[in-house]
Design a protein around this ligand. Sequence first.
Ligand SMILES: Cc1cc2nc3c(=O)[nH]c(=O)nc-3n(C[C@H](O)[C@H](O)[C@H](O)COP(=O)(O)O)c2cc1C
Length: 201
Amino acid sequence: MEFDRVVKSRRMVRDYDPDRPVPPGVVDRLLDYAIRAPSAGFSQGWGFLVLDTPGDRDRFWTATSPEVTTSWLDAMRRAPLIIVPHSNRDTYLNRYAEKDKGWADRDENRWPVPYWDIDAGFASLLMLLGVVDAGLGACFFGIPPGRFGAYREAFGVPEEFTPIGALSVGYPAPDRRSPSLKRGRRPVAEVAHRGRWGVSY
Ligand SMILES: Cc1cc2nc3c(=O)[nH]c(=O)nc-3n(C[C@H](O)[C@H](O)[C@H](O)COP(=O)(O)O)c2cc1C
């Protein structure tokens, strides 16, 4: 698909055809895109957990969801594939303590923003775009921090890895549009500034 179309047709899909698994070739492609994301110092401190069996997906939803089900959850549970992208702060602190970077004190205050989370986010976006290119749909959603412990325990994820969210992936089924979309897309003229902040582009 043409890049412009991939970008402009991407939207979060929140319901899926449960009878159409994601072809293994597509999963491989998504992961191959993910590892091509840029990363600070080429640290690549990410990790991706792929859940594509009913048992694994069940364990994911049980570990990460509240007890009371919702229509959002019912629909999302139909996704045949979940990919959980993780960030790892320690990998970055270690990488930047190396000679060429020189931050041997590993002081977190040196970091303008948490690059470890940004890089895992870049990888996630590449997967979201890859999903569209493959003719499927996906949704990036958050895992409540109070559930991190149960999630890590369920899948043996080491403490130093933080699940920055999760991607549900599958063939789209008709879904309900997010009420957030009523806000409308902020136009370029409102968010971009030329030469000086406040001067519209
Ligand atoms: C960091 C992040 C967290 C999000 N968390 C959720 C979530 O928990 N549940 C959900 O349904 N959508 C979630 N979304 C999707 C947004 O609601 C969605 O991107 C936004 O409404 C714009 O819609 P679109 O992506 O379909 O254009 C999240 C998106 C991002 C980037």
